[in-house]
Design a protein around this ligand. Structure first.
Ligand SMILES: C[S@@+](CC[C@H](N)C(=O)[O-])C[C@H]1O[C@@H](n2cnc3c(N)ncnc32)[C@H](O)[C@@H]1O
Length: 311
């Protein structure tokens, strides 16, 4: 989908990677503004089915406007993919899953959500404001060490220590409640040789990942999917930073390689291969082309990884 609210990244490539069957059952785990969902619906026949998930009530509201008996929207976290499949009776019937991680432009641009250093508003950052605590509340109750750890490990922020110390100092004077207050603290504590990225990018990303437990959600999701896919079904995941991509890459590699078994182990060859059955066939990773990056600079860090499930 190409509009101001969200420009879907790697749209053609990701849809192609799913190899959509006309009457298949598909899941869009990250509905967002519906870019992938609309494209999948275009490709499905009358008997096809699409289940879309999003934890953001605003996305769910948009999805509810789609009147199509082949389409179902589910307000959930995709880490609960196993219970979702049980509820809808689609376990082991799914032909493909798409996951487009991160935040939508709609979330970033919203004044009330607090995701962006470019838009002043309350510092919240929850994708699902009905669950968990806001970034303001988290900062309020955290000490320097905790804040440092989040900035360092989820943002790989070089100035994590300086920023964390400054946040603690500032909040002892007055609570940090807006995106601009946080951004100003970061600006004062970072120096950048070349301004290719805003200095607050890494810290905002780190806090968002932490607040939404994003790495935990993708890890839980991956742990569960091998039990719900159908033979030959495809899973395509678009990620936007190395922490996420590493989790996805390691998972796909783990299930796509046969183990090297030392000779002389007292188990039959057949049993070993049954134990370690190769479950995924992986395809080459795809990155946006030059033209897409020119049109949409946000796409520059995207990586699409696809695997096919083998029973
Ligand atoms: C990058 S956007 C998806 C955009 C969508 N593909 C499109 O073309 O419009 C990511 C969406 O996934 C949702 N999301 C992120 N993590 C989620 C999770 N663990 N469970 C459910 N939804 C999630 C966010 O709320 C956001 O709406």
């Amino acid at each position: 989908m190409h509009n101001q609210l969200h420009q879907t990244i790697l749209l053609e490539e990701s849809i192609q990677s799913l190899n959509i069957k006309k009457n298949g059952i598909y899941i869009d785990c990250t509905f967002g503004y519906g870019g992938h969902s609309h494209k999948i619906l275009d490709k499905l026949g009358k008997k096809g089915k699409l289940y879309a998930i999003d934890q953001d009530p605003c996305s769910v509201k948009i999805a509810k406007k789609i009147v199509d008996c082949r389409f179902t929207i589910i307000h959930e976290n995709f880490s609960n993919i196993d219970t979702i499949c049980k509820t809808y009776n689609i376990k082991k019937k799914i032909d493909g899953i798409i996951v487009d991680l991160g935040v939508s432009t709609m979330q970033l641009m919203s004044k009330h959500r607090g995701f962006s250093f470019n838009v002043n508003g309350p510092l919240d950052m929850r994708m699902n404001p009905q669950k968990g605590i806001s970034a303001t509340e988290w900062i309020k109750k955290s000490n320097t060490k905790t804040i440092y750890n989040v900035l360092k490990y989820f943002g790989e922020e070089k100035f994590a220590k300086k920023i964390a110390l400054s946040i603690t100092k500032q909040k002892s004077i007055k609570p940090i409640t807006t995106t601009q207050e946080l951004a100003q603290i970061i600006y004062k504590n970072t120096t950048q040789k070349k301004q290719s990225k805003n200095p607050a990018t890494k810290s905002f990303q780190a806090i968002r990942i932490f607040i939404n437990q994003e790495l935990h959600a993708i890890t839980m999701f991956l742990k569960k999917i091998l039990k719900i896919l159908n033979n030959k079904s495809r899973i395509s995941i678009i990620s936007f930073h190395s922490l996420e991509d590493r989790i996805i890459k390691n998972f796909m590699n783990q299930y796509s390689k046969k183990p090297i078994i030392p000779t002389g182990i007292p188990i039959s060859e057949k049993k070993i291969h049954k134990m370690y059955k190769k479950k995924l066939k992986i395809f080459n990773k795809i990155k946006p082309q030059y033209q897409e990056i020119q049109k949409n600079p946000k796409s520059r860090s995207a990586i699409l990884r696809t695997a096919e499930f083998q029973k």
